[in-house]
Design a protein around this ligand. Structure first.
Ligand SMILES: [Fe+2]
Ligand SMILES: [Fe+2]
Length: 382
């Protein structure tokens, strides 16, 4: 038993801190003080905190201590294999009081979501955020033909639509992810911010010399709808990040290399830099996932086939986008230039295919399966 000297400090002025501190290391304490309301406040505080109060200001640490039955939400540095719903939104490593509400967080298995690379990729993403207002030379001179500008507007219109899917698909899973997997949550959040920025710069570029945007096709939207409707994180991430954003990397490099003006070149370069991280995370967590779950590879292959069948009746890539890419690479309406531009777009499709096959090999598909599955990927690219 020790004495806690409060002097004239009331419990409503912070006096309870001294009592709590003393009770942390003593089973019972005697509280001494001259505050007028102490005789009323002390028993009330004991009732509220589950400690026993006796005459003479004696407080005994109660059996009903609210932290009895509390549980650590793992350790701050290491994610557990299965995060219980009862940990809710608590910080990883926090002491969680029993009886906290359970939230609906179905993505709670480490095998389904985790990548050891997530923390590094998040740090990289945080350091690489760029300001659309200053990172892109919006005022740089552009003297390309007006038809090439129309092609750029069509390409930007198409990119915005696809970036919107790339934002919303991971964002939907983000809301279902157990926050115990903090690094993955942070990475998906910053990925959504990347896509928001891409939408912004592509929109601004489209409107630079034109007031209206280009075309959006039913086939393109049907392709994106199959991503939007995919309920399983692994499959959505595979179709979107590994195959779609992987193909978009080639497309953005193509736009960078053939851009007629510094502004288009720079925004394609910066967006590609971000996309490379999105692809890297997809590959990292799926690589880990297929190693832990041997059935996943077959389900991923089936998902490509299912999506191909679902989209077989659609035209796939907007023909206007294809033509716009040809014109972008041609740079003019000269027949010889158009031939070169057309060949460049055919080569782009080949590069996308090579990239997809390389990524499928990294996920453990054999070369024959990788080639066959890459060929079934949506003609819409994303
Ligand atoms: Fe993007
Ligand atoms: Fe992306």
């Amino acid at each position: 038993m020790i004495d806690v000297e409060l002097g004239d400090l009331g419990l409503d002025e912070g006096g309870h801190l001294l009592i709590k501190r003393a009770l942390a290391s003593n089973a019972s304490v005697r509280v001494v003080g001259s505050a007028i309301t102490l005789a009323i406040d002390l028993p009330a505080w004991c009732r509220a905190t589950g400690h026993a109060f006796a005459d003479g200001g004696i407080i005994t640490r109660g059996p009903h201590d609210r932290w009895r039955g509390a549980e650590r939400a793992g350790t701050v540095d290491v994610a557990v294999d299965h995060a219980p719903a009862r940990w809710g939104l608590a910080a990883r490593g926090a002491l969680v009081e029993a009886g906290a509400p359970e939230l609906d967080l179905p993505l709670a298995a480490k095998a389904d979501v985790w990548a050891d690379e997530a923390a590094r990729l998040y740090a990289q993403a945080a350091a690489a955020q760029w300001d659309p207002a200053t990172a892109i030379p919006w005022d740089a001179p552009a003297d390309h033909p007006i038809e090439v500008e129309d092609a750029i507007v069509q390409i930007m219109t198409y990119l915005i639509e696809n970036e919107t899917a790339a934002l919303l698909v991971p964002a939907r899973f983000l809301g279902r992810l157990h926050p115990h997997f903090r690094e993955v949550m942070q990475l998906l959040a910053i990925q959504a911010a990347d896509e928001a920025r891409h939408i912004e710069v592509f929109t601004r570029r489209a409107r630079m010399r034109r007031t209206e945007l280009g075309l959006s096709t039913a086939g393109g939207q049907a392709s994106l709808a199959t991503l939007f409707d995919e309920p399983e994180f692994a499959i959505a991430s595979f179709l979107l990040s590994v195959l779609g954003e992987g193909s978009f990397l080639s497309l953005l490099w193509f736009i960078r290399d053939h851009a007629p003006d510094p502004c288009t070149r720079e925004l394609a370069r910066l967006a590609a830099q971000d996309e490379a991280r999105h692809v890297a995370f997809g590959l990292a967590h799926l690589g880990r996932h297929v190693a832990e779950d041997p059935t996943l590879r077959g389900r991923l292959a089936a998902a490509i086939e299912r999506r191909h069948a679902a989209l077989a009746h659609t035209s796939g890539l907007n023909a206007e986008v294809f033509d716009a890419l040809v014109l972008l690479a041609a740079g003019s309406w000269e027949p010889a230039a158009l031939r070169t531009g057309h060949a460049a777009v055919v080569a782009l499709a080949g590069e996308m295919d090579t990239g997809r096959r390389t990524r499928l090999l990294r996920l453990g598909f054999d070369p024959g399966a990788a080639a066959a599955l890459s060929a079934l990927h949506t003609r819409n690219f994303m």
